[in-house]
Write a protein that binds this ligand. Sequence first.
Ligand code: GTP
Ligand code: MG
Length: 295
Amino acid sequence: MSIERSGLVAVVGRPNTGKSTLVNAMLGEKLSIVSPKPQTTRHRVCAVLQEGTTQLVLLDTPGFHAPRTRLGEYMARVVRESVSETDAALLLVEPRSEVGDTELELIGHLKKIACPAFLVINKVDLIPKERIFDIINSYKPLFEFSGFVPVSAKQKDGIPLLKELLLPLMPEGPALFPEGVSTDTPDKLLCAEVVREKVLLFMHDEIPHGVAVVTETLRERENGIIDVECTLYCEHDRHKGMLIGKGGAMLRKIGESARTELEEMYEGKVALKLWVKVRENWRDNPAVLQSLGYR
Ligand SMILES: Nc1nc2c(ncn2[C@@H]2O[C@H](COP(=O)(O)OP(=O)(O)OP(=O)(O)O)[C@@H](O)[C@H]2O)c(=O)[nH]1
Ligand SMILES: [Mg+2]
């Protein structure tokens, strides 16, 4: 079916509201990594959906927060730029009536860009239904939202309605991405993100936020096995020791979990090798940030 409409939809919100979970649910496959820890997403991740003759390009963005490092500044810029280039926006919030400074700041950006924006109240599986009205009432006076959509991204509730609301807002025009393409994120970055998700899952405190992952090698052997080699950069020798663990146990655990997921992603056998290196203060070093892909 040829595409008649296409457009960009930015998904924004404070860290941990479930933006990546929502984008994955709308796409119907896991593209953007998810974790219980805030500041999981660092890059703009785009998910390309085709619904009938409309192409929806969802932009998952990093959780918006007051930056404390250059990496944080990069992440905030990604959010501002994503919002400025879209045809519609989704402001994703926790199911709470109190409106935080982050939400107010994001609403400020929405006011400047004059594109339709929906308030998406996520995680409604955690609250009684009646509370949804209180949440809507506290946001209503702040901005002319095009609509209020309660969803549970985790349980995939409310996803079809959200799509239905977005489709007619997409401008007429040709496809932005060729048919069959689901993202513009390079495979090397997708692999690195899978590994970083496992670091977020298994490591605690400051360590996961101080870890960057780079895929050095990604190639398929003649027999079909895919070789993936990644380097994990951390900020201190102490963190390196913890990432490797006793007798290499932690790195093995991260590796096994990542390999299982990569094998599902590639539907084939993956040989994964991980290395750990120290780059002190990389989150504040522009040259290192650039070399790690945060431009
Ligand atoms: N109960 C419940 N939990 C959810 C829902 N959606 C997401 N979560 C959980 O919320 C946590 C954060 O989800 P993410 O999708 O990583 O959130 P995010 O907004 O992308 O986070 P950042 O990338 O850090 O900004 C994870 O533990 C998810 O499983 C939901 O609808 N209900
Ligand atoms: Mg995310």
